[in-house]
Design a protein around this ligand. Structure first.
Ligand SMILES: Cc1cc2nc3c(=O)[nH]c(=O)nc-3n(C[C@H](O)[C@H](O)[C@H](O)COP(=O)(O)OP(=O)(O)OC[C@H]3O[C@@H](n4cnc5c(N)ncnc54)[C@H](O)[C@@H]3O)c2cc1C
Length: 593
């Protein structure tokens, strides 16, 4: 039996109250919130409460994939999760994973060429430096190595997971037998426009059906992967927040210190390595405000995404990367200002007789374009007016869309009356109702109001939009011009009959009722953190790995940079790099404490 750590054994800074004080202080100063201490020393006399070969922090997809890989190679594993429930954002997710050259594509005879896949990925990840014939395609060399690692390993890892567990896959479908395209399947660099996005095959389990054709959610993905966990040497420790790592005299990471509400934080020994898979920092307000390249109001990431690894890794000398990017999506602002971890994001603005305008009543973008790009419209800076004119967007729809797309978030079911949906009989009354809502959230928005000419501009915007709907061509923002936009339009049980050529647009009625929701930028989660190599080893500023320290998933710098290649663009890489990190961690030699 392991001994309990006594209060007076604890170095100053590690005591529970000191750590909490440190966190509170950083937040109050508006600085990025970092723990009071990143590492504590260990040696042969250290008392450990628990031990395993590999300690994995987190319990989402990167952690789960790593745990399977490590135990496949004979290692024992302790997974430590700070929440009372396992799964993190992964368990909340829709469970799609993006895997180039996957077994289903190959079985269908589709050639997903390595270089073509890389060109598509770099074109979107590094649009400002993309060079199609350059050795790294214009990406930074280290990031390109990671992208190559992903392309080369994504399918082999998936196939190993399928062999190691009961995981089965089917294509991600928006309607029965209709495979979802990549989000940018239409650009010339995309040579395989659909079929890279996969979901868990839960056809035998009707209660788990989440997608058309019997595909499962993120919870089902984890359920299937974790089914054999009781037969593997994996122990799950819930409700323990890892606060710091332990380091021996040689600077090697030897374990972690975790707080589970005991009188003192516990120490967990990692004979070989510690791997962090702790998600992003969406819910750490100082970090999100300090690092991201635009204001976010929140996001659907699980509440545990508070960037804990950023402070720990930088305390050990790691270099951070990609801290300004996130997996972006719009959120309902009135929900987010109350609960930063919103239930879900606005994936597509649903409906056809619907548009979105800014505080001037002016349409500012394509309401159907992929969520990662649409959310970034909120960051536009007006250098003359010295403001972010689109910081808040107002999605407005009529009775037709309200009825035909009911239940397709954020449009509520007729029986539901969510407080953040605004309803009025006429457009001027809708404007007044929006103004009242803006007043109520003024303390959080800095007092954003509607402009004086909102009514007149909105009338003009609707008139122009209605013309586009009738002609089928959106001359301003090309709404409905890509397969992905149309797929989202049909991802409802019964898309409304629409007599016009472009099914994403229908004229907005001249009479009420009208509806609105206030939208702003948010995330699925962030994707910046310490820089890692292809094995998931966290790199010191010197460029050398920090011995015994690994990371994968949203807690480390993503080589996707600003890209979101297609449905599953976050889980696919997290699954792949988690597995590679778990494999490498299990292969490490045992380190002295
Ligand atoms: C509604 C929704 C739908 C989505 N759909 C998709 C989709 O279909 N496809 C896709 O690719 N992506 C999707 N995403 C995004 C995706 O879920 C995440 O990007 C991905 O699952 C992150 O995996 P991860 O392993 O990096 O982290 P997570 O799954 O977030 O796991 C991190 C875990 O670490 C724990 N943790 C954090 N700090 C500590 C600490 N100090 N000590 C102990 N534990 C800690 C957290 O509590 C959490 O449980 C969706 C997200 C949401 C919310």
């Amino acid at each position: 039996m392991s001994k309990q750590i006594r209060q007076d054994d604890e170095p100053r800074g590690l005591r529970r109250r000191d750590v909490l004080k440190g966190l509170a202080g950083a937040g109050a100063l508006g600085a990025t919130s970092l723990p009071a201490i990143a590492a504590v020393p260990s040696d042969a006399s250290t008392t450990w409460n628990q031990q395993a070969d590999v300690v994995i922090v987190g319990s989402g997809i990167a952690a789960t994939s790593a745990a399977i890989a490590a135990t496949q190679r004979g290692a024992t594993v302790i997974m430590i999760e700070k929440m009372p429930f396992k799964g993190g954002t992964t368990a909340k997710s829709a469970g799609v994973f993006w895997i180039p050259n996957n077994p289903l594509l190959r079985a269908a005879g589709v050639v997903d060429d390595r270089l073509d896949a890389l060109r598509y990925m770099v074109r979107l990840a590094y649009p400002d430096s993309f060079l199609p014939n350059h050795p790294t395609l214009g990406a930074p060399a280290a990031a390109f190595t990671l992208l190559e690692t992903f392309v080369d390993n994504a399918s082999p890892v998936l196939e190993k997971l399928m062999a190691d567990t009961g995981l089965r896959i089917i294509p991600w479908q928006f309607a029965p037998d209709a495979i979802w395209p990549d989000y940018y399947g239409h650009i010339p660099e995309n040579k395989v426009s659909k079929g890279r996005s996969l979901v868990t095959d839960v056809r035998p389990y009707p209660e788990r059906h989440f997608w058309a054709g019997g595909g499962g959610s993120g919870e089902s993905l984890l359920w299937m992967l974790q089914q054999g966990f009781d037969k593997r040497p994996i122990q799950m420790l819930l409700e323990h927040q890892v606060l710091a790592v332990t380091q021996n005299a040689a600077g090697q990471v030897t374990g972690v210190v975790a707080d589970g509400g005991e009188t003192q934080p516990i120490r967990v020994r990692a004979n070989k390595a510690v791997m962090f898979a702790t998600g992003g920092f969406t819910h750490n307000v100082p970090m999100a405000d300090g690092f991201l390249r635009g204001k976010i109001w929140g996001g659907c990431a699980a509440p545990g995404s508070t960037g804990d690894f950023v402070g720990i890794a930088t305390g050990l000398g790691a270099t951070l990367g990609n801290m300004n990017n996130a997996w972006w999506a719009q959120v309902p602002v009135e929900v987010a200002v109350k609960t930063r971890s919103v239930p879900s994001n606005v994936w597509s603005c649903p409906g056809d007789s619907m548009l979105e305008v800014n505080r001037y009543g002016v349409r500012f973008g394509n309401e159907k374009v992929a969520y990662n790009e649409r959310a970034q419209l909120h960051f536009t800076w007006d250098p003359v007016k010295l403001e972010y004119p689109n910081q808040l967007g107002f999605m407005i729809w009529d009775s037709r869309t309200s009825k035909a797309y009911a239940g397709y978030d954020p449009i509520p079911l007729p029986t539901a009356k969510p407080a953040h949906i605004i309803e009025a009989a006429t457009l001027p009354e809708l404007r007044k109702a929006i103004e009242a809502r803006l007043l109520a959230i003024a303390p959080q928005t800095g007092g954003i109001t509607l402009a004086k000419d909102f009514d007149a501009n909105l009338q003009k915007a609707i008139q122009r939009f209605n013309g586009f709907a009738k002609s089928g061509k959106d001359a301003d923002f090309q709404r409905g011009g890509t397969p992905n936009e149309n797929a989202w339009q049909y991802a409802v049980v019964k898309p409304a009959a629409n007599p016009y050529a472009n099914k994403t647009m229908h004229p907005i009625a001249s009479t009420g009722p009208f509806y609105a929701v206030i939208l702003g930028a948010g995330t699925l989660d962030t994707k910046g953190g310490p820089i890692v190599n292809a094995s998931g080893q966290v790199l010191h500023a010197s460029g050398q790995p920090i011995p015994g320290l690994y990371g994968a998933g949203n807690c480390v710098a993503s080589p996707a940079h600003q890209a979101y290649w297609g449905g599953g663009g976050t889980i696919g890489p997290a699954m792949t790099f988690g597995y590679l990190a778990g494999t490498a961690a299990a292969a490490e030699a045992i380190r002295p404490a």
